[in-house]
Design a binder for this molecule. Structure first.
Ligand SMILES: [Zn+2]
Length: 318
């Protein structure tokens, strides 16, 4: 068998991006499985959700948004979690504040540089214009449980619902419109990345809390915007993906097997439903490694470096 191309390194075809209005002044910008972003237009400023991987990539999105909503400045830039593809384009917004969960700020300090190298190695296309990144993005405002933002024309909530895709994921919740920007806690027709996750907690209490919001429209981390009843499907797809990875890995561990067998069993069980989803092959080695670690009692995800990415990839996929 010839080796699989590393992660998403061979995925070089530009995706087609779509600006989708979800309510008056509320937009999602999705791109066929690439990381999603969003915006909410207030009276005197725009709130941006996610920053993309580089200022150049961010500017492409800003240009599309400005053509639609005009020249308002950016007030708050909200980051759903610490991953480089969500954060490193922040300087392009020139936002008044950068808002994130406290756990996200801590992870950026602790492992932001390593994550940057890891993500750029795994997803080079998303880092077009990497030379425009001025350095790590540091949140200027953080919270622990929830934060309400008064935008003048509406108020929105930022909620931390438990550990999941990372320890610091927030969701952006618009209670009146029942719109949820879920970050990578929920993927709609895209494969979850579990390398920095807490699989057990994510697939139980945290996704229960997301479901309990009762969103009618949901923007996941990747994939199309979904509307009920597809919101429930996206949440349950994400949950089933993580649960199957846990159960497969546990079964192999309990039977005395190794990481590679766990990878093969999880892959075999997930492929029928998920193999066609973007980044399925990319994520699986990292998903199983992190699940293996959690089952082994390693509570905090180990830091991924570009080198460790390659080691795990090579051990599981050749
Ligand atoms: Zn992520």
């Amino acid at each position: 068998m010839s080796p699989k191309p590393f992660a998403s390194s061979a995925d070089l075809a530009e995706k087609e991006a779509t600006l989708e209005p979800l309510a008056d002044g509320v937009y999602a910008y999705t791109a066929q499985g690439d990381p999603n972003v969003g915006a909410i237009v207030a009276d005197d400023a725009i709130l941006a959700i996610e920053a993309r991987a580089t200022p150049l990539m961010a500017q492409r999105w800003i240009d599309v948004l400005r053509a639609e909503v005009g020249p308002l400045p950016f007030g708050d830039l909200v980051l759903t979690h610490y991953h480089a593809v969500r954060t490193l384009g922040a300087s392009a917004f020139d936002a008044r504040r950068i808002v994130a969960h406290a756990g996200t700020a801590a992870l950026i300090e602790e492992r932001g540089m390593e994550d940057w190298a890891s993500e750029q190695g795994r997803m080079p296309r998303l880092f077009t214009g990497a030379e425009t990144i001025p350095g790590l993005t540091r949140p200027t405002v953080t919270f622990d449980e929830s934060m309400t933002l008064d935008l003048g024309n509406r108020s929105i909530e930022l909620r931390w619902l438990g550990r999941g895709h990372t320890s610091g994921d927030l969701v952006v919740w618009l209670p009146d419109e029942r719109i949820c920007f879920a970050g990578d806690l929920v993927e709609a027709q895209a494969a979850p990345y579990m390398g920095d996750s807490y699989p057990e907690e994510w697939s139980t209490g945290t996704l229960d809390a997301v479901a309990a919001l009762g969103a009618e429209h949901l923007v996941g981390g990747r994939g199309s915007v979904v509307h009920e009843p597809a919101v429930a499907t996206a949440i349950e797809d994400t949950r089933a993906f993580v649960r199957t990875t846990i159960e497969s890995t546990r079964e192999v561990r309990d039977g005395g097997g190794g990481l590679r067998e766990a990878f093969e069993l999880a892959h075999e069980r997930l492929a029928p439903r998920y193999a066609g989803f973007p980044i399925f092959e990319h994520t699986m080695p990292f998903n199983v490694q992190r699940t293996w670690d959690e089952l082994a009692g390693i509570e905090e995800p180990r830091i991924w470096t570009a080198e460790r990415d390659r080691e795990v990839w090579d051990a599981l996929t050749d």
